[in-house]
Ligand binder design. Structure first.
Ligand SMILES: Nc1ncnc2c1ncn2[C@@H]1O[C@H](COP(=O)(O)OP(=O)(O)OP(=O)(O)O)[C@@H](O)[C@H]1O
Ligand SMILES: [Mg+2]
Length: 231
């Protein structure tokens, strides 16, 4: 589905990614872990054409490196960036409907289906989105991305700043999304949630992938956890 090969990325003269290779299969949940500043967000931004990069980014077998962000989105890649960009003054429903851009018939995601999956949003459909809690706003940005009918979503730290109970809710929501057949590349810093919902994980350090494996591989690897993940 998504395959990055030898990806290098640059902010001006600053060389931030040094040959990242990773893949996400159809319907798979894969996490990208690592400490602050290692290049996780840059990796997903490079996939979305938002950073200057070299190497290869293939989506469904086709090279997408060099395409504009909206072209990549139109091919079926959804992106939920770090900042929760919801429209505070629009209602929850209006925010969701803004996500409808690449509709197939019949639409896989409808507002009704979102309300079913996440009743907390449904009962606030007509409420201005600005009054939602941080966790609800995060669900809303995820839900809005689904309305664009992606086959893969890149989700950058959806649990940042959320209370543990809410982190678990976001995790459950991501699992539901994956069950519906949408692949997920989850950028995380919280190991527990990543281990819980991922089929495979990558750990990054200094702009490189330093570990790739299953949750049980990572649980068993104390050296990687202490060198690249613990604070
Ligand atoms: N717009 C930018 N201009 C210059 N350097 C940047 C820019 N954005 C990020 N960087 C640098 O690139 C490196 C990787 O940043 P990135 O945002 O990918 O990190 P990250 O792994 O997502 O961590 P976190 O989200 O915790 O900051 C960091 O050293 C960061 O300072
Ligand atoms: Mg980041």
């Amino acid at each position: 589905m998504l395959e990055l090969t030898d990806l290098h990325a640059f902010y001006g003269k600053s060389h931030v990614l040094h040959g990242v290779s990773l893949r996400v299969g159809p319907g798979e949940v894969v996490s990208l872990l690592g400490r602050n500043g290692v290049g996780r967000s840059t990796t997903v931004k490079a996939v979305m054409g938002q950073v200057s990069a070299t190497g290869s980014v293939r989506f469904k077998g086709q090279e997408v490196l060099g395409l504009k962000a909206h072209e990549i989105a139109r091919r079926g890649v959804g992106y939920v960036p770090e900042d929760r960009a919801i429209f505070q003054d629009l209602t929850v429903r209006e925010n969701l409907l803004l996500g409808e851009k690449r509709r197939r018939a019949p639409a896989r995601w409808t507002t009704e289906r979102i309300w079913e999956l996440f009743p907390q949003l449904g009962c606030r459909a007509e409420t201005p989105a600005g009054v939602l809690s941080g966790g609800e706003q995060q669900m809303l940005t995820l839900a809005r991305t689904l309305m664009g009918d992606p086959e893969l979503v890149l989700v950058d730290e959806p649990t940042e700043g959320l209370a543990p109970r809410v982190v678990a809710q976001v995790g459950a929501f991501l699992t539901e999304i994956a069950k519906s057949g949408v692949a997920i590349l989850l950028v995380e810093q919280k190991l527990a949630i990543a281990l819980q919902i991922s089929e495979r994980l990558y750990v990054m350090g200094h702009g490189r992938v330093v570990f790739e494996g299953t949750p049980s591989d990572l649980r068993a690897n104390d050296a990687i956890r202490s060198e690249w993940l613990s604070v």
